[in-house]
Design a protein. Structure first.
Length: 352
């Protein structure tokens, strides 16, 4: 039985729902196809034999039959033979729509080495060159994430994240303006650490999810929940475009863990919509480098396996406690060090 939900006013984390697709987001996924041909090893034997001392031009149409315009004696063709294992027919790979996302990612990966070779992270000459934007998974009273990141990195980055903010709809405010105001105040930034998108569904706009369906079983198949995700994707896509225009070289985007169910904020089944959004988010992030023409790279960090088996890392709702945020910071900094993002000047792996 459905009923009107109790108004949710507490800020919560934000589920980012990005998608890796062309210039505009779409809920559906394209089918990808590739074609290729394998020439037979015996093809060269069908070419006409030409006397090297004969300057007479050979007509292309007659050459295949072994006759020349000069009336030269035709070269006998070998008898037709049955196809052998060495003869390969043209290959056409048809990719099912269900796996087209993996194929699209493979295409992007194929060009990644070339892009990565000319995309070197910028060194941190001052702490304010990295901006943190997002929601309560970055900035909230139940955990110590800002201090945890400062401890791991030895830096104190610019904090612009606000609890309860969403990406495209719902929430208590919007994340994109966090970046806009920060870069306007100090345009020298070149790196971003962020999350965003979950408040779109957990603190949903009541005109889009009046009954809280996006926190219940079947949320991933509900048209209104898919619409909310699509709106978040569109807002995130535009945000990433502005980041590229502002000269942002690297974005580190982390995705939320599976959160406890049946809390005041989460509803009975919040993780179905998280699982729906995770691959879209990963694809959207990982396609940013190619989409920006090599100007901006997005590194994805999945926190689902980090929190697996650790229910004690959560507060009484969906937010991490200090143990959880410390684990988050450790994993995120590990990835950033591996990618040489947010590293101080003189590290040797970044652009000075």
């Amino acid at each position: 039985m459905s009923c009107l939900p109790v108004p949710r006013v507490l800020p919560i984390f934000v589920l980012v729902s990005f998608v890796a697709c062309g210039d505009s987001p779409a809920p559906s996924e394209p089918t990808v196809g590739h074609e290729g041909e394998h020439a037979s090893a015996d093809d060269s034997e069908d070419d006409p034999k030409v006397d090297p001392d004969d300057d007479t031009p050979i007509d292309a149409g007659k050459a295949t039959s072994g006759k020349s315009d000069a009336g030269t004696k035709p070269t006998p063709k070998p008898d037709a033979q049955a196809p052998t294992n060495d003869s390969k027919p043209p290959v056409v790979a048809v990719v099912d729509a269900g796996v087209s996302r993996d194929a699209s990612r493979a295409q992007a990966d194929a060009g990644a080495p070339e892009l990565a070779a000319r995309l070197k992270p910028k060194c941190m000459k001052k702490d304010s060159q990295l901006i943190e934007i997002g929601d309560s998974y970055i900035n909230w009273s139940s955990h110590t994430f800002p201090a945890d990141m400062a401890k791991e990195s030895g830096q104190k980055w610019r904090m612009e994240a606000i609890g309860g903010y969403s990406m495209g709809s719902g929430g208590l405010g919007l994340i994109p303006p966090e970046f806009d105001s920060a870069i306007k105040a100090d345009p020298d930034a070149h790196s971003i650490l962020m999350d965003g998108g979950g408040n779109d569904v957990l603190l949903a706009d009541p005109t889009l999810d009046l009954l809280g369906e996006c926190q219940q079983k079947g949320s991933s198949t509900k048209a209104n929940c898919q619409k909310i995700v699509a709106m978040a994707i569109d807002a995130a896509d535009k945000l990433m475009g502005r980041m590229t225009a502002a000269g942002i070289r690297d974005v580190v985007y982390f995705f939320y863990p599976h959160v406890p169910a049946n809390t005041l904020i989460s509803g009975p089944l919040p993780n179905e919509i998280l699982d729906y959004a995770l691959p879209l988010t990963r694809d959207f992030c990982e396609s940013r480098e190619a989409k920006s023409g090599g100007k901006t790279r997005c590194t994805f960090v999945d926190l689902v396996p980090v929190f697996e088996g650790h229910p004690d890392w959560f507060n009484t709702d969906i937010h991490p406690n200090s143990k959880g945020s410390a684990a988050m910071a450790k994993k995120i900094w590990e990835v950033m060090k591996d990618k040489c993002i947010g590293q101080k000047s003189g590290a040797g792996c970044c652009e000075e």
